[in-house]
Design a protein around this ligand. Structure first.
Ligand SMILES: Nc1ncnc2c1ncn2[C@@H]1O[C@H](COP(=O)(O)OP(=O)(O)OP(=O)(O)O)[C@@H](O)[C@H]1O
Length: 371
């Protein structure tokens, strides 16, 4: 068990405007749901409301069908793991892990069994006598997770648990959390601002922006079919390029867009019923822009700088259109210098289209209508 339902939950601090606007979300039993969004969008507030650490201003929260709005954090039976591991410094790893169970007055033998089993799962058995100061960051984080799992909660909350770790440890802990989820099959609500973490861990991702859900879907759904510009640019790194244009002709099969250099691009996107002359933004991911001869180019630009990543090359190109340089990712080493002019091709089948208020045109399907 461990289904979490948020039913029109909202939150206002004092007399401020709502930091979480009425929000509906169901996290199914055993599901791993990751909430992502920029700093200040309300991720921690949402998690703290679920944990019972922050009062809910309105709406209802249910765990396994039971309203828990008025339950204290301990009554909710939720396991929590935070960015600051919040371990007790004067206690050993073993004592850190037994503490909550002792408070719950479980029999000593049962406590010992549960702690040793959790320590085995998290490979902490050889560290049980150490104090937190004698552990690495990754080991501390594992103890924090261990302390949550000994209580065998059906629902876990993780608030940016890996953000204090260095890059390689983050990758390792990411794999460990994924393996742990498979193993204990708990329901997990996980908050991060790191979209790579979200893409690799989540069954479903919730993209939060200014206290509102922009889109919920599997990682690849969000990557392939973002509902709007915000999601398109938030999911994927480097982010999707945007090039301004004007819609000149739209029907059920194709949408013709004129870029600011008067180049026409005909996209296999349903643009029926969209008024001609509407301003649009053409979106294209860095890996889909092709370098070509100037004569065959859709647009051209000057290379501002080149980043050699070893297995790929990133080019930053000033095309003169849009507010930011275009980013181009080539999955090979390119011997190319800055200050050169290059031609760029925008393969129509890889392009996205967004209308003036940022909503995406339906992509890759001739039957869906504009939304
Ligand atoms: N106790 C508080 N009183 C008033 N406003 C608050 C309080 N806590 C948070 N806020 C405001 O609520 C909004 C959401 O904050 P929250 O910490 O939930 O964002 P976040 O998405 O977790 O950000 P970050 O990624 O930077 O941690 C912010 O505008 C923040 O300033």
């Amino acid at each position: 068990m461990g289904q979490l339902v948020l039913d029109k939950i909202h939150k206002r601090y004092g007399t401020s405007s709502e930091v979480i606007k009425p929000l509906d979300l169901t996290v199914n039993n055993g599901e791993f749901v990751v909430v992502v969004g920029p700093s200040g969008c309300g991720k921690s507030t949402l998690l703290r409301m679920v944990a019972g650490l922050e009062e809910i201003s309105g709406g209802e929260m249910r765990i396994d069908g039971v309203c828990v709005n008025d339950d204290s954090p301990s009554e909710r039976g939720i396991g929590m793991v935070f960015q600051s591991y919040a371990l007790y410094p004067h206690m050993t790893v073993y004592q850190n892990m037994t503490f909550a169970l002792e408070m719950a007055k479980l029999p000593v033998k049962e406590i010992d069994e549960k702690v040793r089993e959790s320590a085995r799962i998290l490979q902490l058995e050889h560290l049980l006598d150490r104090r937190p100061k004698d552990l690495s960051g990754g080991q501390r984080q594992r103890v924090a997770i261990g302390r949550a799992i000994v209580r065998e909660p059906s629902l876990f909350l993780f608030d940016e648990p890996l953000s204090n770790l260095d890059a390689s440890l983050r990758v390792q802990m990411r794999m460990e959390i994924a393996a742990l989820h498979k193993r204990i099959n708990a329901t997990i609500l996980y908050v991060t601002h790191d979209q790579v973490e979200a893409m690799t861990l989540a069954d479903r991702i919730v993209v939060l922006n200014q206290g509102q859900i922009e889109q919920v879907g599997s990682p690849l759904e969000l990557y392939d079919r973002p509902a709007n510009v915000f999601v398109a640019q938030f999911i994927g790194s480097p982010k999707m390029n945007l090039i301004p244009g004007v819609l000149v002709n739209g029907n059920a099969q194709r949408t013709d867009v004129m870029l600011e250099n008067r180049q026409m691009i005909s996209l296999p996107i349903n643009g029926a019923g969209v008024p001609e002359g509407q301003k649009v933004q053409l979106g294209i991911r860095p890996e889909h822009i092709q370098i070509t001869e100037l004569a065959q180019a859709d647009i051209e630009g000057e290379i501002l700088f080149v980043e050699q990543m070893g297995n790929e090359t990133l080019l930053y190109v000033n095309s003169g259109y849009g507010s930011e340089p275009l980013v181009i990712r080539q999955t090979e080493r390119l011997e190319i210098n800055a200050d050169r002019r290059i031609g760029l091709r925008l393969p129509p089948e890889e392009c996205y289209l967004f209308n003036s208020d940022g909503r995406a045109f339906v992509r890759g399907s001739y039957n869906d209508s504009f939304h």
